[in-house]
Structure formats: C-alpha cells, structure tokens
Design a protein around this ligand. Structure first.
Ligand code: CTP
Length: 410
C-alpha cells in the first residue's frame, strides 16, 4: 500500500519517525511530506533515510512531475502526525500553500490526522471548529492523548502513541499489506548481459538493473516467491529480502539457462534484463594483443537466442504470464510507441512494458514512464513515477491479467 505521511512542525515531529518505521515494517511504501516547519524539528535526511523515498515540501519542487497530484492519486492512505493547529486550520480552509496541504486537496483515499498541540490551542473554539469541519468531510481526526506536554504542563494535546496512530490508520483501509501475489512464483531478470571477447574485455550495455530489482522487491512485498536472475548488477544494489532468491549471471547463455530453469515452475516471468542480441563468434582464451600493423581483426558476431520470444512461443508452463520490457526511442521511421507495438506483436509476450528512454527518462536512477501493451500491441495500462511506482503498475497489470484469465477459464 502507498502511504503519504504528512509531518508538521510540532515538538512531537520526532515521533513521526516511529510512525514511519511501523508503516514500513508492515510492508507499506511511505512518502513523507513534511512542512517547512517540520524540517526545523527533524531534518530531511532523516525522512529520506527512513523512507527510502525523496522528500519534498513545496509544490514548486520537482514541478514537472506535478507531485501533489501524483501523490494524491497514488496514495491509498494519508496520515498526518503530528497535525498542528495550523495544519488543521489550513486543511479545514482548503488552503494549498505547500505540498502537504495541496496533496490533501487531491486525495480521494482515507485521511487520518493525529493532532498534537498545547491544551489551550486544542480547546480553542477555532481549533474545535476546524476539527468539526474536517470530521464532517469524512476526515478522521484522532483526539489527542492527555498527559505531560512539552514543558511541565499537562492536559489534552499529546500526540497519541505511534502504534495507536498506525493501527487506527490501517483500520481505515481495512488492510494489512497488499498480498495479491501471495502463493505466486515469479522470475524476474535484471541487469545487462556481457559477452566476453577475451578474459578482460566484453561487449555489454548500460543497464543498471534497478528496474528489475524494483520489480522483484515489489512482487515480494505483494506476497510472491521471487527468483531474481541478476546479470552483472552491482552487488550493493542486490536486494536482501527474504522473499527474493538472487542468482547472478554474466552472459546471455547463463541468463537463458537460469531463467528457463526457474521459469519451469513459475506463474509469471518478467524479462527486465537488457539482453545482448549478439555475441562474439569466438572468445579468445588470452588477452587480445595490439597487432603490429595497427589493423585490428574485425569482431565477428553471431546472434543470441531471443529468450523472451522463446518463452512466449513455447510456454514452459500452462497459464504462465510472460512479460517483456522494451526501451525505445523514436527515430525517422516511427515514434517510440509504434516501435513498441511492432515489438509486442513480434515477441508474442502477454505484456510488453514499453519504456521511452532518453532526455532524463529510463536509465540509471531517474524517473520512468512505461506504456504496457498486450500481444496485439494494444495499450492495457500506463505507469509512471519512480521505478517502484512503475513496478507496482506492472504488477497491477499482471494481476489484472491473471484474474481475467481465471474468470475465462471458469
Ligand atoms: N530479450 C531477450 N533476449 C534477447 C533480446 C531481448 O529475452 N536476445 C528481451 C528483453 O529482456 C526484453 C525484450 O526482449 O524483455 C525486448 O528487448 P529489446 O532489446 O528491446 O528487444 P530486441 O528484440 O533486441 O529489439 P531491438 O532490435 O530493438 O534491440
């Protein structure tokens, strides 16, 4: 589940770190949206490190992604803890003067506010009127706890305990983690294959493996047992999730072997690896030396098998969903999507996620946007945002397809 955790500038802001930790431990993805005042209490690095997500406060940060709308549409739950008197007032008035209040205006999911402030501020008729307005609109506003406040004073105004906030919030959506892939076995390939020329050189590509890793982790979070076949992925990026078994490979032949043997027992196979289409016809057993006449021997290439097309054409298991990825750019002949449609028809995979690359999209640690096509090249879904968002979008499309297939089978 995707949770937006708003944090406002009260002393209790530090307790939101515990709320965040509990939500993460329960398997949820959390985007923290602090106010500027909250960052004076607890700094941005804390929120970024604990959430593993970017942290922004202003609608003008990263404006091209229209974050307040994207956050609002993507959220399954919003929790604001602590919610100051100021936040309650701004939310009740419908102001949108920072990212948090703007997001509150775009969400359609359940919203829980956990107020914390001095007793006088909580009991003030203005605050009570704001709370009544918000509750009348369907927002859940917790009553603050009574007890010791910031100084020696005590009374109603304390932030409820983090565990109480989290259980009240999760009760609103009536879920634990999303487990729509529970019992499902999944293979994901990631990274880029390398074809050796000699013991020190290879032909390779720039794929980092991040999208494949995001796919593997998203599937594990949703309950799947995952085999991640990782081709030349930097060790530090490899996941250490109990639901993900990692197999490391180098060449296309090794990747093919590993994917096919895991796929024999899998419900879904996702080929997110960038597979070398060609390999050198011969690999030298020793380092190739410069020639005396400075004219190098040409490298003769032979074609690699198309692993995705093989998996799609000769199914290893009945009902298996086969998914490909295609990074495309437009050229003089056609735009990226048209190339993607042609590839979808050519490969025959059940789903092909077409990823338009170039100009800040696609490779490395940058946002992503994919259009998901079926085997006829028809658009079935779109997903965009971080690689995690794209991964969840892809699994949504896979589960929709599996559900449709089960319905047809019946
Ligand atoms: N793929 C594969 N085996 C290959 C090449 C590609 O399984 N030998 C898979 C990739 O993992 C990906 C999909 O096919 O899921 C599309 O990869 P891409 O390189 O875009 O496809 P190509 O057929 O190589 O097309 P192009 O001519 O555009 O390179």
């Amino acid at each position: 589940m995707r949770v937006v955790l708003g944090v406002t500038g009260g002393i209790a802001a530090y307790k939101a770190a515990y709320v965040l930790r509990l939500l993460r431990e329960a398997g949820h993805r959390v985007r923290v949206v602090p106010t500027e005042a909250a960052l004076r209490m607890v700094g941005r690095p804390t929120w970024e490190a604990l959430s593993g997500e970017p942290v922004r406060t202003d609608v003008f940060d990263d404006a091209e992604h229209v974050d307040h709308v994207a956050l609002g549409r993507g959220a399954d739950l919003v929790v604001v803890a602590p919610a100051t008197a100021d936040l309650l007032a701004r939310a009740a008035a419908g102001l949108a003067d920072d990212l948090l209040t703007a997001t509150l205006l775009t969400v359609t999911c359940p919203v829980l506010l956990a107020p914390a402030m001095h007793t006088e501020m909580w009991l003030h008729p203005a605050t009570q009127a704001n709370v009544a307005t918000l509750r009348a609109r369907g927002v859940t506003v917790l009553d603050p706890d009574s007890g010791r406040l910031t100084g020696t004073d005590s009374g109603p105004g304390r932030l409820p305990e983090p565990a109480a906030i989290v259980s009240a919030a999760l009760a609103l959506v009536g879920t634990g983690p999303v487990t729509d892939l529970a019992g499902c076995t999944v293979v994901v390939s990631a990274g880029g294959t390398r074809e050796p020329l000699d013991p020190v050189r290879f032909l390779g590509n720039r794929s980092s493996g991040r999208q494949g890793i995001a796919l593997a982790l998203a599937a594990a979070r949703r309950g799947a047992r995952v085999t991640l076949v990782a081709a030349n992925v930097e060790a530090a990026l490899l996941p250490a999730h109990p639901g993900v078994a990692v197999e490391r490979v180098e060449t296309t032949a090794e990747l093919r072997e590993a994917v096919r043997s895991a796929a024999a027992g899998a419900d879904v196979v996702v080929m997110a690896a960038a597979v070398a289409d060609f390999r050198p016809a011969a690999t030298s057993g020793h380092k190739i030396k410069k020639t005396a006449d400075a004219t190098p021997d040409p490298i003769v290439l032979v074609q690699n098998p198309d692993i995705l097309a093989e998996l799609a054409t000769h199914r290893l298991r009945a009902g298996q969903v086969v998914v490909g990825f295609a990074a495309e750019t437009g050229d003089a002949d056609a735009d990226a999507l048209a190339h993607g449609r042609a590839k979808a028809r050519r490969k025959g995979a059940d789903l092909l996620a077409v990823n338009e690359v170039g100009a800040g999209l696609g490779f490395g640690d940058v946002p992503n946007a994919v259009t998901i096509l079926d085997a006829d090249g028809e658009v079935v879904a779109r997903a965009q945002g971080s690689k995690d968002d794209v991964a969840d979008g892809l699994w949504d499309a896979v589960t929709a397809r599996r559900r449709a297939a089960t319905t047809i089978d019946r």
